[in-house]
Design a binder for this molecule. Structure first.
Ligand code: NAP
Ligand code: ZN
Ligand code: ZN
Length: 376
């Protein structure tokens, strides 16, 4: 058992010396530096987390960068339900493979790899077999605050190392700048998945609501897929950036005239807003057979007035991250098309300040923690 401490060693992990608790020959726990939330209201603090020993199918990753997703903030602040504090969040992870298990063949030591929002799934249910592990009928194992196969609570990427089953580790192409790759593992795939599922492409008018971490990737990806992209942001403050990311049109949702001018316009609207929005207003912007898909996950319900769906035979949908094969496809697509998130790299100690800026819609456009500042 992990809790039964027999003796304490030090074990070298990549370029870092980390304390290790040995409990038995098979059960070596690696203790690594991390940032943790201890309650819904206290600032995040430097801490440590324990990683299981590298099993036969596992990969040990020395993390280099971890993105800050708004979901991290919803989670640590208890907005989505009970939290197993202390908790280390972070599900936009890139780094190098430092060690592989005896039967792991998909990745080699030194490879540049990534981990997103899930680290396992049942692999047997209908959805897993269809490559839609994010919709695992038994629940996928979330990268943090999930229950791992050994019964422990999973701990995320604001840490120096992580051990993950090789099947849930992605290859990060060299063409993607290292520090910009991490946000693709959540923001990238969460927008790529609905855009491709609902056929964003030439001849399609796509609106993106909210231009933060997810939103700016939605703009870049939709434009690369060939759609005519409109940004719907609270103000016109980021208009130049939106157009540079590939949007053709940019409107302020703070101006009621926007909703009049754009009535019955869009084939697809991707809502990335972290707070509730007025669904009737946005549904009215869909043309015949248009779909509004929400990836934004506010804690409050989003009330949908059914009459707003009747006109133009509109649909309201949701979408959850993306499958593993789809995530690899998205990474390869971004590498090929020269698409990367726009990031602001921060030190580990700047995380609390970054959270406040995200909450104030003052993010350009994803904060990424330089995990080297957590070492030593
Ligand atoms: P973010 O960087 O904070 O971006 C959200 C954007 O929404 C802001 O930049 C802002 O854009 C707009 N916004 C914020 N508050 C608003 C308000 N009160 N009214 C109108 N617009 C507002 O967050 P993110 O990391 O992109 O995540 C967005 C949401 O997606 C979060 O709820 C997150 O939990 C969720 N999420 C879902 C999935 C999934 O699988 N479904 C995956 C990842 C994240 P403007 O300044 O342009 O208006
Ligand atoms: Zn996320
Ligand atoms: Zn499953």
């Amino acid at each position: 058992m992990a809790g039964l401490v027999v003796s304490q060693h030090r074990r070298t992990c990549g370029d870092v010396e980390s304390p290790v608790t040995v409990t038995s020959q098979e059960d070596i726990i690696l203790t690594v530096n991390a940032i943790a939330a201890t309650s819904a209201t206290e600032p995040l603090v430097r801490s440590t987390v324990e990683r299981r020993d590298v099993g036969p199918h596992d990969v040990l990753i020395e993390i280099r960068y971890a993105g800050i997703c708004h979901s991290d903030i919803h989670t640590v602040r208890g907005e989505w339900g009970e939290v197993p504090y202390p908790l280390t969040v972070g599900h936009e992870i890139v780094g190098r493979v430092a060690e592989v298990g005896g039967d792991a063949t998909l990745h080699a030591v030194g490879d540049r790899v990534g981990v997103g929002c899930m680290v396992n799934s049942c692999r047997e249910c209908e959805n897993c077999r269809a490559g839609q592990e994010q919709y695992c009928l038994k629940g996928n194992t979330q990268t943090y605050a999930g229950v791992d196969r050994d019964g422990t609570v999973t701990q995320g990427g604001y840490s120096t190392h992580v051990v993950v089953d090789q099947d849930f580790v992605l290859r990060v192409p060299d063409a993607i700048p290292y520090e910009a790759a991490a946000p693709l593992l959540c923001a990238g795939v969460t927008t790529y998945s609905p855009l491709t599922h609902w056929n964003a492409g030439p001849g399609k008018k796509v609106a993106v609501v909210g231009m933060g971490g997810l939103g700016h990737m939605a703009v870049k990806i939709a434009a690369a897929l060939g759609a005519e992209v409109t940004v719907l942001s609270q103000t016109l403050g980021k208009k130049d950036d939106g157009l540079a990311f590939g949007a053709e049109h940019y409107h302020a949702t703070g101006d009621p005239a926007t909703f009049e001018a754009l009535k019955n316009s869009f084939d697809l609207i991707v809502n990335t807003v972290s707070a509730p929005i007025d669904m009737a207003c946005y549904l009215g912007l869909l043309r015949l057979d248009g779909t509004l898909v929400s990836v934004g996950a506010p804690p409050e319900p989003l009330p949908v007035p059914v009459f707003a769906l009747f006109g133009n035979r509109r649909s309201f949908a949701g979408s959850n991250i993306g499958g593993i094969a789809e995530t690899q496809e998205m990474l390869d697509f971004c590498a090929e098309r020269g698409i990367a998130p726009q990031v602001e790299v921060i030190d580990a100690d700047a995380v609390n300040e970054a959270y406040e800026r995200v909450l104030g819609s003052d993010v350009r456009y994803r904060f990424v923690i330089d995990i080297d500042t957590l070492r030593g």
